[in-house]
Design a protein around this ligand. Structure first.
Ligand SMILES: Cc1cc2nc3c(=O)[nH]c(=O)nc-3n(C[C@H](O)[C@H](O)[C@H](O)COP(=O)(O)OP(=O)(O)OC[C@H]3O[C@@H](n4cnc5c(N)ncnc54)[C@H](O)[C@@H]3O)c2cc1C
Length: 375
């Protein structure tokens, strides 16, 4: 049998890292390609065609016992810890659930910025370290060998482990770790933008200086008017309302997402995680404020138990809503299809040889959300 990536083809690969984690012979490595996405590369000299990678590839086969559309429990929610809520991208629900797991002697895996402002999945054992994973980072995270690590922790330490990630990553971790001790949160996901575009953008906005912080969702002007904020070592600040920030615009307008994101089989119901979390953009008017509202979907009884516990212990505000309401602001809950921008190929051809300013002027500035017919 061919390795998984040859069975599905690069265009369907979600860069979930399942095959990389599963290959005992280290015949697969993950490498950032020219467009800025992680893909598996198979060393044919080491590969014995054992088929293990195809068996764990969630694109090839993915069983899902979570609730079907009509049975989903949908909520508007936020943490009652104001500080945490302001730090979080939406209503801070992922951090509250992470604290719930840590309080019960469990562990959490989530995504953090590394020193180069690329994203890695890391292990959290102490509440003090939770701040490392707070906040959305809109590029692919490097999963490394996280799934194997989770399996080993559960086997050797017998602890509950919470994995927070994108729907494809949650599908992947569940293929490798078959245990009731694994608890998962999948994020509603618009798609992941190119790391190489993000690198060029950071270089431009930092003027090549050392960056000390970057926030995709700073709430100083509020949740809906969220802004990006970059700070360099010598105090240079770049801020922009996200709808006016070039990187965010190209992302939201689907110019440079991973190819598989345009036909994502994991942006659908049943959802992949025990709990699904996103922004409740069309939350009921009576609860909308500018601190951020999470959209939360409980996909099974594990989700029910955790949310109920957080509610009765006054950790979160939780109000029942409906899937129809949720979908209005977030069609990606049920629909993984996006239209591929006409200029996407030209953009990627230009990416290698041009700086961000050139790309911005040529491709991003004229883009407008939801006017697909004009491009
Ligand atoms: C690429 C991407 C696309 C998204 N698209 C949508 C969307 O279309 N609609 C929507 O409603 N919500 C989307 N979200 C989710 C949303 O931005 C918030 O992350 C989510 O609502 C959780 O917010 P919070 O306040 O609970 O947590 P926060 O404290 O903001 O934490 C976010 C959590 O997400 C995890 N995380 C952050 N970045 C990544 C990453 N790159 N890969 C994997 N995990 C990560 C962290 O581990 C952390 O636990 C997206 C997130 C990402 C990363």
């Amino acid at each position: 049998m061919n390795p998984a990536i040859e069975n599905i083809g690069l265009e369907k690969c979600t860069s979930c890292f399942a095959c990389f984690n599963r290959c005992n012979l280290k015949a697969i490595k993950m490498s950032l390609n020219k467009r800025g996405f992680y893909y598996p590369i198979v060393d044919k000299d080491k590969c014995i065609e054992c088929n293990l990678c195809s068996n764990v590839c969630p694109v090839i086969r993915n069983t899902n016992k979570n609730r079907k559309k009509d049975d989903l429990k949908v909520y508007a929610a936020y943490t009652l810890n104001e500080h945490l809520r302001m730090l979080s991208s939406s209503g801070g629900l992922s951090s509250e659930i992470a604290q719930y797991i840590l309080d019960r002697n469990g562990l959490v895996f989530g995504a953090t910025f590394n020193k180069d402002f690329l994203v890695d999945h890391i292990e959290i054992r102490d509440k003090e370290d939770l701040q490392k994973i707070i906040g959305s980072k809109y590029i692919q995270s490097n999963i490394h060998l996280t799934y194997n690590r989770i399996k080993r922790i559960i086997d050797e330490e017998n602890k509950n482990v919470l994995f927070i990630g994108l729907p494809c990553q949650v599908a992947a971790v569940k293929k490798i770790v078959n245990s009731e001790k694994l608890i998962t949160i999948d994020l509603i996901c618009h798609g992941v933008p190119s790391i190489n575009v993000f690198k060029k953008y950071l270089m431009e906005k930092s003027k090549g200086k050392k960056i000390v912080s970057y926030n995709f969702r700073d709430k100083k002007l509020g949740w809906t008017k969220g802004r990006v904020k970059l700070v360099t070592e010598d105090g240079l600040e770049y801020t922009s309302i996200k709808t006016e920030d070039p990187f965010f615009n190209g992302f939201i307008c689907d110019l440079y997402l991973n190819t598989s994101c345009y036909d994502c089989k994991f942006s659908s119901v049943p959802r992949t995680g025990d709990i699904t979390i996103g922004d409740f953009w069309k939350a009921p008017e009576e609860i909308v404020d500018e601190k951020g509202i999470s959209l939360v979907i409980s996909n099974n009884e594990i989700g029910d138990t955790i949310l109920e516990n957080l509610k009765v212990n006054n950790k979160i505000y939780l109000k029942e809503s409906s899937l129809d309401n949720a979908i209005k602001g977030n069609p990606r809950i049920v629909n993984g299809n996006l239209r591929i921008r006409k200029h996407r190929e030209d953009f990627f051809s230009d990416l290698d040889i041009n700086d961000f300013n050139y790309l911005f002027k040529k491709y991003i500035k004229p883009l407008k959300r939801n006017v697909y017919d004009e491009d």
